[in-house]
Ligand binder design. Structure first.
Ligand code: SF4
Length: 270
């Protein structure tokens, strides 16, 4: 069937969504969208292979799914020994890894775990943290505002910020409203660092390189996420026959090409 012929299916089964990222291909949002690619030496520290060798226990999946792209992890030693959790999908690698410039797989697992524990939306909290880290870097938000310093690569400041937002403590009470409302209250140029789609936070990579992917995210009903119409097939190696038989359009494999991308997004959003 079509599933078995799609290269993406094989990759998802073998490596989950983390498997799409490698030192050679790393369209990962860097420091609140300051760039759309992460240093390959940093990517090498957090590839799917590293997570698998050090922390993976078993494959997991949604009910009845023939792909089962999820993974269950366990940390046996170090600061977070005893942590058991499901994740990390590629949005966690991007949101907590490249976006916050954290290169420790155990720290990315921890960030994902507390997000789950507090019932937060992963893209939302990762985006708010990236935005605050950049506001701090640019001097828009200070230690006096927060009560502590935050900085790129610092998991402890992320955890503290997340707890303040969850319990609406201090400055966290403003940030819990989301970037759009918080940036209006804070002002001082913080609005210019806010990356929003239809008022929603966005934690997505490939926005500068993949045309249908970006168009789908920009035009999706809710806004900001890739689950409502972003085409993930660009660059996946679909041949002419497969594209025609599934989408009724010629090949859309070239991510940077604009041809037929609008039609592809319409197909996806239907
Ligand atoms: S349905 Fe669930 S397990 Fe299957 S590919 Fe999608 S997210 Fe992964």
């Amino acid at each position: 069937g079509i599933l078995e012929r799609a290269p993406g299916v094989k990759s998802l089964r073998e490596g989950g969504t983390l498997g799409v990222i490698s030192e050679k291909f790393s369209p990962l949002t860097f420091r609140n969208y300051q760039d759309d690619v992460w240093d390959s030496a940093k990517v090498a520290l957090v590839t799917q292979k590293v997570f698998k060798e050090k922390y993976e226990q078993r494959r997991v999946g949604c009910f009845n799914c023939p792909i089962r792209c999820g993974r269950f992890y366990s940390i046996e030693e170090g600061k977070y020994a005893g942590l058991r959790m499901e994740g990390v999908q590629v949005n966690a690698l991007r949101g907590f890894g490249s976006n916050l410039d954290i290169t420790s797989p155990a720290e990315i697992l921890k960030a994902n775990a507390i997000t789950n524990q507090y019932g937060l939306h992963l893209d939302g909290i990762a985006s708010v943290a990236g935005w605050i880290f950049e506001c701090f870097e640019k001097g828009i938000i200070t230690e006096e505002d927060l009560g502590y310093r935050v900085g790129w690569g610092d998991i402890d400041s992320f955890i503290r910020l997340t707890e303040d937002i969850t319990y609406r403590r201090g400055f966290g009470n403003i940030l819990a409203e989301g970037i759009q409302r918080a940036s209006k209250k804070i002002g001082k140029g913080s609005e210019k660092l806010a990356v929003l789609v239809k008022g929603m936070e966005s934690n997505e990579g490939r926005m500068r390189s993949h045309r249908a992917w970006a168009l789908g995210i920009m035009t999706s009903l809710r806004g900001g996420g890739h689950l409502d119409g972003a085409a993930s097939v660009e660059g996946c190696g679909f041949d002419d026959e497969l594209c025609n038989s599934v989408y009724g359009i010629p090949n859309v494999n070239d991510a940077t090409d604009y041809e037929h991308k609008a039609e592809l997004v319409v197909w996806m959003e239907k």
